[in-house]
Design a protein around this ligand. Structure first.
Ligand SMILES: [Ca+2]
Ligand SMILES: [Ca+2]
Ligand SMILES: [Ca+2]
Ligand SMILES: [Ca+2]
Length: 473
């Protein structure tokens, strides 16, 4: 049940209190029992959910204060439930991971692990394993909006999402993108599906979770919702209003392998909302992932993702559920919009989603050596994302590379090596430890480096300088 005059902007405690008064008036006017009211919404939307009789519904619909009365919808967790796995069985993985900490490929792919200490992520999900040894859980702020179940995760999905964002950097299990960040469990989904293939996250609980974080999350916090389902403009408006109140949210595109605009809440757009599709460890778009720009901002790792599980365990699963938390971790640890680090292959919408990362992609130069007026000359093509280039050099049999020059052009003649002493340092030269050797790397304007180029070295052969190039980069 939603009231007219929904919020469009920042909500004050006074306005929220007005909502409370309105809910109570309507409750009394229509003789709705107090214990029939399940959820009261006052920060992201204005209304309540309740068990109502048909007569109550019909009467409420005629009331001038009321915008609409509608039945509850069900939403899904965004992971692939029925995938067959051989070796990544829960216990096998658990044993392997307990010997040492594993750095999941997805964390590496997005430039992690980063330090998340002191940052906070709110996770609307099946709850979180509140005493998982690899997590810092804010138990005091954790809450369940599933009346019959506590915030402690009885499923595993919410703990998995929490681990991707914030697993501790220690000697066990996995490490998260924003390692050691604090996670808060907002339970909005039942532990178990009511039946095979059935959905387990009631919209009424989801709305209450969004309402709660709108009031409780602080600027800089991030909220992850790895839940998807049918189009619902009230759900869309709730996340947009949370975003209007300064909350940053990461959402999933969904797992139908179809248009993301057909699913809420991921279809909602706002500058504080990031909707995420999934790719595998070859940057190939995941076949199950929904697509479409908008609403999708980024693609991130969502196939074969190891993370934490209920009861102190670990598990490897797939889904756009696993992709969004990678963006949440970047937002949390860096406090800024992610960099783009290449883009996905085979995006079905032909508009390849950029891959979010804490580091920009900086293309490596490939250097071609030549000789100009008896001096070594280096040439390379301008590389993607490069601001300037560093030329590193070593001479003779030295094993030490040193920074030789920093330039913004893509061509360089080393006039200094006209020194005849340098020319006779090696006889005969052997690659790449010959007379003089060079390698180049690109520098992004924010200080990130590319990998080094191939090595170009020069030898003195019968009195002539001859360039050689290593074939590999
Ligand atoms: Ca760990
Ligand atoms: Ca969007
Ligand atoms: Ca536990
Ligand atoms: Ca796309």
């Amino acid at each position: 049940m939603l009231f007219k005059n929904q919020f469009e902007n920042r909500i004050s405690e006074a306005i929220a209190q007005q909502s409370n008064v309105l809910i109570e008036q309507v409750r009394q006017d229509f003789n709705i029992r107090k214990d029939s009211i399940m959820h009261r919404y006052k920060y992201a939307l204005k209304g309540f959910s309740a068990k109502l009789t048909k007569n109550q519904v019909e009467a409420l619909e005629k009331d001038a204060r009321i915008l609409k009365v509608k039945p509850n919808k069900l939403y899904s967790l965004g992971y692939i439930k029925n995938k067959t796995r051989l070796k990544s069985d829960n216990h096998v993985l658990k044993n392997n991971l307990n010997i040492n900490q594993t750095i999941p490929w997805g964390v590496t792919r997005v430039g992690g692990p980063l330090d998340g200490t002191g940052k906070k992520a709110w996770i609307l999900d099946t709850g979180i394993d509140l005493d998982h040894p690899d997590l810092n859980v804010d138990v005091a702020n954790s809450v369940s909006f599933i009346a019959t179940e506590p915030a402690d995760d009885g499923n595993g999905h919410g703990t998995h999402v929490a681990g991707i964002i914030a697993a501790k950097n220690n000697s066990q299990d996995v490490v998260g993108v924003a390692a050691g960040a604090t996670v808060v469990a907002i339970k909005v989904c039942y532990d178990e599906s009511p039946g095979p293939g059935e959905d387990q996250c009631p919209e009424s609980s989801l709305l209450n979770g969004i309402d709660y974080i709108t009031n409780n999350a602080a600027p800089g916090d991030v909220v992850n919702i790895s839940i998807w389902g049918p189009i619902d403009t009230d759900l869309d408006n709730a996340v947009i209003n949370a975003a209007n109140n300064g909350v940053r949210l990461t959402l999933i595109s969904g797992n139908a392998g179809s248009n993301a605009n057909d699913y809420s809440p991921g279809r909602a757009n706002h500058s504080n909302i990031w909707t995420v599709s999934a790719h595998d460890n070859n940057d190939n778009f995941a076949s199950f992932s929904n697509y479409g720009n908008p609403p999708i901002e980024y693609s991130n790792p969502g196939v074969d993702i190891p993370s934490l599980w209920k009861n102190g365990n670990t598990k490897t699963i797939d889904g756009t559920s696993m992709a969004a938390p990678h963006v949440a971790g970047i937002l949390l640890a860096t406090g800024q919009e992610p960099y783009t680090n290449k883009q996905v292959n085979n995006d079905p919408d032909s508009n390849p989603d950029p891959i979010a990362s804490s580091e920009p992609y900086v293309g490596s130069p490939y250097v071609i050596g030549s000789v100009q007026n008896d001096h070594p000359k280096l040439d390379w093509s301008a590389t993607e994302g490069a601001y300037e280039y560093e030329i590193h050099r070593k001479v003779g049999s030295s094993t030490t590379w040193g920074l030789w020059a920093t330039i913004s052009s893509t061509s360089y003649v080393d006039m200094m090596t006209s020194d005849p002493d340098l020319r006779v340092m090696s006889s005969p030269p052997s690659s790449p430890d010959g007379w003089v050797a060079y390698k180049v790397r690109a520098v992004h304007q924010d200080g990130f480096f590319s990998f080094f180029s191939n090595i170009v070295y020069y030898e003195l052969s019968d009195g002539t300088i001859v360039p050689h190039s290593t074939s590999s980069k």
